[in-house]
Design a protein around this ligand. Structure first.
Ligand SMILES: [Zn+2]
Length: 395
């Protein structure tokens, strides 16, 4: 039976149901540029909307004097409860005739140093249905406390969100490596990496992003011929640790192999990410925040956690039990070997560079979020997605 998108929309079915029946449900996404404006810069607020039924109108809304619930935890003095909510529609775009996708933009500001700007967007489709993407907050210019991470895309109270602080590594003030370059690089990682990912884009209201004002470092050492990689935390680490779920160290070293370390239930996960490689950041966040294991051979290890929905197994029996529970044939369980899921290549003698065969069993397919590097921008597999959803539900 052919079902129309219209019927499902009227019944207020979810985005995933709409997708299931071949529709593009009504969705709108708002973003701003530059990510961390100075007190002299204007800011472009933009929104993109799509719907199978066509977009008829998009409006961009700014919200002021309402920092009590949507304030950034790191921005001093911005969390005073205020008695009135003031919304200003800064731009309304009529799309005539209705079409999809459609966009709208507005120029606002400049705003004074220390301001916290909150905005969002609403879209109306050709049938009159409305959807919104609100509210998004960001800090402007110099903050009152120079040690605080700076809000660049903040959606929710910190306790209800995944808080990620981007830490600059090699931004030394030379051309291309100044503070504005760091903000621009971080924006690309956040917009093209996090917000573009299948397990995040529809849950973007559960994510807060910040820029750290102090630099961190990457450290290489050689122990018995094996390179060890570690991190030097920035001087303001206690300020990050107070709220963050993850710190992402942004660098330009193409020879550095990025990694993510699990932060645990109450700790701060740490990951490294090469600027300009947004496809990798959600994979590393899979380790650092969600506690997911690599699904390739052989140096990732099983991340030890008591959390449910593990994505790798130490025994065939455990993998098969999971497969059965998911309605999959037990034959879907595959043991990782250097030729089956191996990621890192081999030396001239055929010896794996990264390690040897390990005993992990995989149920998810190889080409998913936690698979080998080339698939890092991919959606999570069944088990990855279950873990991520479980994590969201704990927030
Ligand atoms: Zn990995």
């Amino acid at each position: 039976m052919k079902r129309t998108c219209y019927a499902f929309a009227l019944m207020a079915f979810t985005l995933s149901m709409g997708t299931m029946f071949g529709c593009t449900p009504l969705a709108v996404r708002a973003i701003h540029e530059p990510f961390h404006p100075s007190s002299t810069q204007q800011i472009t607020l933009s929104a993109e909307a799509e719907s199978t039924r066509g977009i008829a109108e998009i409006s961009i809304v700014q919200r002021t004097l309402t920092r009590d619930r949507y304030c950034a935890p790191y921005v001093a003095g911005e969390c005073l409860p205020l008695p009135t909510i003031k919304e200003t529609t800064v731009q309304t775009c009529q799309i005539e005739p209705p079409s999809s996708p459609a966009s709208c933009r507005a120029l606002v500001g400049p705003f004074q140093d220390g301001s916290f700007v909150t905005y969002g967007a609403r879209a109306k489709d050709a049938t009159g249905m409305v959807a919104g993407d609100q509210w998004i907050g960001f800090g402007v210019g110099a903050q009152a406390d120079p040690s605080e991470p700076i809000a660049v895309y903040v959606r929710s109270d910190a306790a209800k969100a995944v808080d990620v602080v981007m830490v600059p590594v090699d931004y030394n003030g030379t051309p291309g490596r100044g503070p504005a370059d760091f903000a621009s690089d971080a924006r690309r990682l956040i917009v093209d990496g996090y917000l573009a990912h299948a397990q995040i884009t529809g849950n973007r209201s559960k994510w807060n992003f910040y820029l750290n004002p102090a630099t961190g470092g990457l450290v290489r050492s050689n122990i018995s011929g094996t390179e060890q990689r570690s991190i030097t935390q920035p001087a303001n680490w206690t300020r990050i640790a107070a709220t963050a779920n993850a710190a992402a160290y942004v660098h330009h070293d193409a020879t550095w192999r990025d990694f993510g370390n699990f932060g645990g239930a109450n700790g701060v996960g740490q990951l490294t990410i090469q600027a300009g490689t947004p496809g990798t950041i959600v994979h590393e966040t899979g380790h650092a925040v969600f506690g997911l294991s690599d699904e390739y051979c052989c140096d990732g290890g099983i991340i030890s956690t008591s959390w449910p929905h593990e994505n790798m197994f130490t025994s065939l029996a455990a993998c098969q039990a999971s497969a059965t529970a998911h309605g999959l044939p037990t034959a879907s369980c595959t043991q990782l070997t250097t030729t089956n899921g191996f990621c890192g290549g081999a030396d001239a003698s055929g010896t794996p560079i990264l390690g040897s065969t390990d005993l992990k069993w995989r149920q998810d397919t190889a080409s998913d979020l936690m698979g080998c590097g080339g698939n890092n921008g991919a959606a999570g597999g069944i088990l990855d997605s279950e873990r991520i959803q479980w994590y969201y539900n704990t927030l």
